[in-house]
Design a protein around this ligand. Structure first.
Ligand SMILES: [Zn+2]
Ligand SMILES: [Zn+2]
Length: 301
């Protein structure tokens, strides 16, 4: 699973940086978009994102820097004759806004488009045999949600040579993939680990949207492989961050330690900072495996 950053700045575009948007690639066939700030179409083109593969869009909250790119993106998908269905998970207010924009222009979306509400209950928004997505509330000035994307583990892989030498019947192969041992006619147990190899390990990516430094959603993201936590400010602006319901790079790193994650991605930088390396330096003193995200870079989860 991989995350490509399309926009990493906060409210204003600045120093060539755009407002929030990310592409999560679960596998070769499925792309998710998380938030859709202004300029997203140019970024998609620039970084060669296959927009017809975007099956789901998740919008964290109704601040414009997280969804002002959406009407334009939908319009382009429409003009380009998109046929594939698209589902947008978003706050309650968004469907009415999008509908009004298209109605005012007397145009209709021609592909199957559906809107679904976000859940405060850590329920599944999407749940397939290969991946799942859940939302969880974070603490911001207005209602705001984070997302936990999980790529599920692949079944164990059959070791054909071992199965042949132990004379395992083909009819037992599905059970072997699920991890069960084989018991032969004489009652001997042949351990699963002798007959199969490890499948792909599950992966979890947590996107924590715009939020105060808080532990209120710690449980929802605990143990994720990669954590995205906003760092609008540096620690020197801690009180400004708190007043505006944002976090500092140091706080993001402290949260990463508490969440027992393996990798921390930073973003949503204030436009008062020209360089983003300073965020990385501040966070790395507490959580070394931190990356201040850069637009166009793809991060392995
Ligand atoms: Zn924002
Ligand atoms: Zn916001």
């Amino acid at each position: 699973m991989k995350v490509t950053i399309l926009g990493n700045n906060s409210a204003l575009a600045a120093f060539g940086r755009h407002t929030t948007s990310q592409i999560v690639q679960v596998d070769d066939e499925t792309l998710f978009m998380i938030d859709c700030g202004e300029g997203v179409q140019e970024q998609i083109q620039r970084f060669g994102i296959r927009k017809n593969k975007i099956a789901y869009i998740f919008i964290s909250h109704m601040h414009g820097d997280h969804y002002f790119g959406l009407p334009g993106l939908l319009n382009s998908m429409n003009l380009l004759g998109r046929k594939a269905p698209l589902t947008i998970f978003c706050p309650d207010e968004l469907p009415e806004i999008i509908t009004a924009i298209f109605k005012a222009g007397d145009s209709q979306i021609q592909f199957p488009l559906s809107f679904c509400k976000l859940s405060t209950l850590n329920e599944y928004l999407v749940n397939t045999p290969r991946f799942s997505v859940r939302s969880f509330p974070v603490e911001h000035r207005i209602a705001c949600y984070g997302f936990l994307v999980e790529k599920k583990s692949r079944a164990r892989k059959i070791n054909a040579a071992a199965c042949e030498s132990y004379q395992i019947p083909f009819t037992h192969y599905d059970a072997l993939k699920d991890g069960t041992d084989y018991i032969d006619e004489e009652g001997n147990t042949i351990l699963n680990k002798w007959l199969t190899d490890d499948g792909t390990a599950p992966k979890k990516y947590a996107f924590c949207a715009d939020t105060l430094f808080t532990t209120s959603f710690l449980e929802a993201v605990m143990g994720c492989d990669t954590l995205y936590h906003e760092s609008t400010y540096l620690q020197v602006d801690e009180s400004k961050a708190a007043m505006r319901f944002h976090s500092t790079a140091k706080q993001a790193a402290q949260f990463a330690v508490l969440a027992k994650t393996k990798k921390l991605l930073l973003g949503h930088y204030s436009s008062k900072y020209r360089e983003v390396r300073v965020f990385e330096e501040e966070a790395r003193s507490i959580f070394p495996n931190t990356f201040a995200t850069i637009e166009g870079i793809t991060y392995e989860v």
